[in-house]
Design a protein around this ligand. Structure first.
Ligand code: ARG
Length: 607
């Protein structure tokens, strides 16, 4: 961004490019230039950091590099304050009027006050161009998420992976990258031989047309019992595995039937949550697994260990991967090694993201390490990231289970959410102002919105307490609060009888200005979006986006409480509309809508 800024400055351009600008990053680059000019060839420019101020009396942003630079330079004729002065004096040309003024404070803090013109131009751009991200070189990215297991109930862990993975996918697509969303379902392995052998015994006249996933899971448990206690059954199960691996019709069809039964259930959940994902499960890698074993063997990477073939990572103290089991079968490790090779070499990916619970952190650490060791992965070229998350707890602070200790069925959980959301709307008497159609829409938006948001608003690494009561609370940082705020903002323009078109035209005109302190505060909060976005794309922690949405809504409330947008003259009933403020309402709505879209939450106009 700075290069462009410099180029524009050199050419005397003051054109505002049609995308959103990361104020923190622009300031950081400008300060790095200033420091390089003030202290050439000392290498201290890399010490520059700029962040939002902790309090408005310290400006909008702060650069606290002077202290660190002073330490690094060890020049007795300087002190942090004089260093700060020199940095400020060398600040490059600022064609956008990004900075209104600097203030050197305390031991050498540089407080930065943003220029109002810059803020006006940005809001104008939000209105004219929408919230368009800065163009980047498109990368080839894969997000491996959701990934439930066939013949098992999809559990709350998979729900978290689905919710978080979907948002990460949306963010990456929004940034303009090429994205593959992959559902790495557990659909392969010796357990399927077991299950097929069992089902063939149970349904001698062919499998039923329909079966619920929980019934399949029961069969799965039964088959495991048989496998462990009955030698004959065990033999048959092994034979079934071999037949399946050779794709012999009867067994292959049985396996397809099992996968299909599960898939129908998964798809229902995805549809309800608005998730799109391409199924490419472990079975996809069967041939690749055969190949990876040969590849690792020929590279001498495998060691014998009690009949197993294992691979040790370079890092000490980590457990090795089991590449081949003592019975010759493959494992979860084998499939992930095969998958990473296929992804790096065939898919040509620049960036791979895996979304699973924190329990698998070591697994991925070892996979990445072994892939590097085997020369499959070069982490300076391909970015691999394991995005993990904490366990889901119930209201009793214990692992989320039903009263009887079973896994909670996702479908039932979603149903309950919808019911609770409906109750909430009825409790507020909203049914009196809505058609049944609108009510149905609102209850789903609310239910899924709440379930997603309460997950996303927390630091994903932490344990997460699942509570419908908390998520349906309309106070605090909840989806309910935000969705209501959004509908309220939208209704302001409606009440004023001003169309979006008119607002946009007004924003384009020179009449548009920002004057009231609360207008400015709201605007500056909106302008934080690009820096929050850029940061998320680095570390893939999503909660800062939720915090920003909450800040936007609270700033909006402050603004709305002290700034009239529409004034009605009581005796005549005449309306005076403040267009500047309506533009701000609309800009807020536009940005909030973008945030909701990124989070996969569907706001409705009536709620
Ligand atoms: N099926 C796995 C589970 O339920 C998650 C798979 C994640 N992806 C991967 N490439 N290992 O835990």
């Amino acid at each position: 961004q700075l290069k462009m800024l410099k180029k524009n400055a050199e050419e005397g351009l003051k054109e505002n490019p049609p995308y959103i600008k990361n104020v923190s990053a622009m300031l950081r680059s400008a300060f790095a230039i200033a420091v390089e000019k003030a202290f050439p060839k000392t290498g201290v420019a890399k010490l520059v950091q700029v962040g939002p101020s902790s309090h408005p009396r310290f400006g909008d942003y702060q650069c606290n590099a002077a202290m660190a630079i002073n330490k690094a330079l060890q020049n007795s004729s300087l002190n942090p304050r004089s260093i700060a002065d020199r940095i400020v004096a060398n600040f490059p040309i600022d064609p956008f009027g990004l900075v209104d003024k600097f203030e050197v404070a305390g031991p050498g803090f540089i407080n930065i006050y943003m220029g109002k013109e810059f803020v006006v131009e940005e809001i104008r751009s939000y209105m004219i161009n929408g919230v368009k991200p800065r163009p980047v070189k498109p990368l080839r990215v894969m997000v491996d998420f959701s990934s439930p297991n066939v013949a098992k109930e999809m559990h709350v862990g998979h729900l978290r992976s689905t919710i978080i993975g979907e948002v990460i996918s949306r963010l990456i697509e929004y940034q303009g990258h090429h994205l593959l969303r992959i559902n790495h379902i557990g659909d392969w392995g010796t357990q399927f031989g077991m299950l097929i052998a069992y089902l063939k015994e149970k349904y001698t006249d062919g499998f039923p047309d329909r079966m619920e996933v929980h019934e399949l899971q029961e069969s799965y448990k039964e088959s495991k019992k048989r496998f462990d206690s009955d030698e004959d059954f065990k033999k048959r199960a092994y034979q079934a595995v071999v037949k399946l691996q050779n794709k012999e019709k009867e067994h292959y069809d049985a396996w397809k039937w099992i996968c299909n039964t599960s898939r129908l259930e998964f798809e229902k959940i995805y549809k309800r949550l608005g998730v799109t994902i391409l199924e490419r499960g472990e079975s996809f890698y069967q041939d690749y697994m055969v190949k990876i074993v040969k590849f690792l063997e020929s590279g001498n990477f495998l060691e014998e260990d009690e009949g197993r073939k294992v691979m040790f990572p370079k890092a000490k103290g980590l457990i090795p991967l089991t590449i081949v089991k003592s019975d010759g079968g493959f494992t979860y490790d084998t499939s992930d090694m095969a998958a990473i090779k296929q992804r790096v070499e065939d898919e040509n990916l620049d960036w791979i993201v895996y979304v699973t619970d924190g329990g698998q952190a070591t697994h991925f650490q070892v996979i990445f390490d072994c892939a590097e060791r085997a020369g499959i992965l070069d982490r300076t070229k391909v970015r691999v990231q394991h995005v993990c998350f904490g366990v889901v707890l119930g209201e009793d602070k214990k692992k989320f289970k039903t009263r009887s200790g079973d896994t909670v069925r996702l479908r039932e959980l979603l149903d309950e959410g919808v019911k609770r959301a409906r109750d909430k709307l009825l409790e507020k008497g909203r049914d009196k102002e809505m058609t049944e159609e609108e009510l149905l829409q609102a209850q789903e938006s609310l239910a899924y919105g709440c379930i997603k948001y309460s997950d996303l608003a927390h630091n994903r690494n932490h344990e997460y307490l699942f509570s419908f009561d908390k998520m349906l609370d309309d106070k605090g940082n909840t989806a309910v609060y935000l969705l209501y705020a959004y509908t309220r903002i939208k209704s302001i323009a409606r009440k004023a009888d001003v169309s979006e078109e008119q607002l946009r035209d007004y924003a384009k005109s020179s009449a548009f200005e920002i004057s009231h302190e609360k207008e400015l505060k709201l605007s500056k909060t909106l302008l934080k979006f690009p820096e929050v976005l850029d940061r998320i794309l680095e570390d893939l922690y999503i909660h800062p986006l939720c915090e920003l949405m909450y800040d936007i809504c609270t700033s909006f409330t402050e603004f709305y409480d002290s700034c009239y947008c529409i004034e009605v003259d009581k005796p005549t009933g005449l309306k005076t509309v403040n267009m500047n403020r309506l533009v701000l309402c609309e800009a807020t709505a536009v940005l909030l809508k973008q945030c909701f879209d990124l989070l996969g939450i569907r706001p409705v106009s009536k709620m």
